[in-house]
Design a protein around this ligand. Structure first.
Ligand code: URA
Length: 448
């Protein structure tokens, strides 16, 4: 077996055997297969695809490239959650304490981010003193004690994905459903949860641009999860504009805190509630959707979820004063308001452009070595459907470097599109995939 013959086979549209897929992943992780051959194979896969059996084999081979986490000693059903990514997505910061407050154990491994903003781990580091590098023993011990821990993924979990994802990122081979599914599910399955809730995004700010593609990806992801004995459901949700109002690490932490205090933006609260419902149902902590919803609303309204956030921050060495008073979180030296040139209704906010505008301000990384400015980012004051008058503030930019405002402003202004007429908002929640069945929620069949 050799890499060149695998590339040729896939390029010509044939399927690879499980042994060939194992050979590729093992050889690539060990450095025996060079980047140029791996890139060629990824591009052949991008064009020719992988069938379901090949995708499952790839997922298994990727899991086998590293360690798996054992959470079996933690009592209860551990439910993990994953989002396929989007701009302003701070749901983990809200969901984890919210479901933990209902007695569902949360033992979560999260990543740092490449792209518009940092990942959950970077965001948590905006809270002074927060320790995110936990050993497996520490993670398990903390979950047994207080029901929640979030730690940085270590290098030993799915090293194949680390290497492959970095290569895909620079070879235009990210947006292939099989590669995305194997990448996501290998990490989720290696992380030891008993059940998984997936938030599969569609829209301008997502990998999947149409609901059709998002449903297909959701089917593949759930099939892999269920096939490997983990109950897996997926919600299909919109990323037609950034989620919530804040984009940027400390700004997102502040918005997450506000949401747990019942003061967050509506779309963010709606999405977190729906994802939490699925987590409650999979954990067995709620009989049906309405019972789960009631419990979730109660945890938010009574402050139980917010208290759990404080308990979690304290357990990981964070300064809880920053949670009680988010003004203490890192603040940028400079801010700059973007005013609207026109009147009308906001019709579209290109999420990807807003993400890039935040990255220019210092909120994200272009390369993994880049440093993040935790205080940098954007606060949106207008979202789709809002009425705008000429001169109204659309957004505020934050950065420690004034020079960055000009390029960021340009992107942000171009991200906003207006209509003279009132806009009918597309629903945030498009549908669900569970047990191989897709369900569309009302009124959304005519979406692209
Ligand atoms: N998120 C991942 O973890 N992997 C992908 O390939 C795409 C999104």
């Amino acid at each position: 077996m050799n890499a060149a013959s695998l590339i040729l086979k896939k390029r010509n549209g044939f399927t690879l055997t499980n042994a060939e897929i194992d050979f590729f992943i093992d050889g690539y992780v060990k450095g025996q297969i060079p980047d140029y051959q791996a890139s060629a194979l990824l591009m052949a896969i991008y064009f020719q695809g992988l069938d379901k059996r090949e995708t499952v084999a790839l997922t298994r081979a990727m899991i086998a490239s590293g360690d798996t986490i054992d959470l079996a000693s933690i009592p209860g059903i551990k439910v993990d959650k994953h989002s396929t990514g989007g701009v302003g997505d701070k749901t983990t910061l809200i969901l984890a304490p919210l479901v933990a407050a209902l007695g569902i154990p949360v033992a979560k491994l999260s990543g740092r981010g490449l792209g518009h903003t940092g990942g959950t781990i970077d965001k948590l580091e905006a809270i002074k003193g927060m320790r995110v590098e936990l050993s497996q023993q520490e993670l398990v011990k903390q979950v047994k004690k207080i029901g929640i821990a979030i730690a940085a993924q270590t290098g030993e979990i799915v090293p194949a994905d680390k290497k492959l994802y970095a290569l895909r990122d620079v070879t235009a081979t990210v947006e292939n459903k099989s590669l995305i599914a194997a990448s996501i599910m290998s990490k989720k399955l290696a992380s030891g949860a008993d059940a998984i809730v997936l938030d599969v995004k569609y829209g301008d700010g997502a990998f999947m641009k149409t609901t059709k593609d998002a449903f297909e990806l959701a089917l593949l992801l759930t099939e892999i999860g269920n096939g490997m004995g983990k109950k897996t459901v997926a919600l299909i949700t919109g990323m037609e504009q950034p989620l919530g109002n804040a984009i940027g690490n400390a700004l997102e932490v502040k918005e997450a805190i506000e949401t747990l205090q019942g003061k967050g933006s509506e779309d963010l609260l709606e999405l977190c509630t729906e994802l939490a419902i699925q987590m409650v149902l999979l954990s067995g902590a709620g009989k049906n959707e309405s019972a789960a919803r009631k419990k979730i609303n109660e945890a938010l309204q009574t402050g139980k979820a917010f208290d759990k956030l404080k308990e979690f921050v304290k357990a990981q060495g964070g300064d809880t004063r920053h949670v009680e008073n988010p003004e203490l979180l890192p603040q940028a030296k400079y801010s700059h308001k973007i005013l609207s040139f026109q009147s009308g209704y906001v019709k579209m906010i290109l999420a990807e452009s807003v993400g890039n505008a935040a990255m220019i301000l210092g909120a994200g990384r272009m390369k993994k070595e880049d440093a993040i400015d935790l205080s940098a980012g954007i606060l949106l004051h207008k979202k789709i459907g809002d009425a705008v008058k000429r001169g109204d503030a659309l957004a505020t930019l934050f950065s420690n470097d004034k020079q960055k405002f000009k390029a960021s402003e340009q992107l942000l202004v171009n991200a906003y599109h207006f209509s003279k007429r009132k806009i009918k908002l597309n629903p945030l929640l498009i549908g669900k995939v569970s047990k191989g069945k897709r369900t569309f929620f009302e009124d959304v069949r005519d979406l692209k």
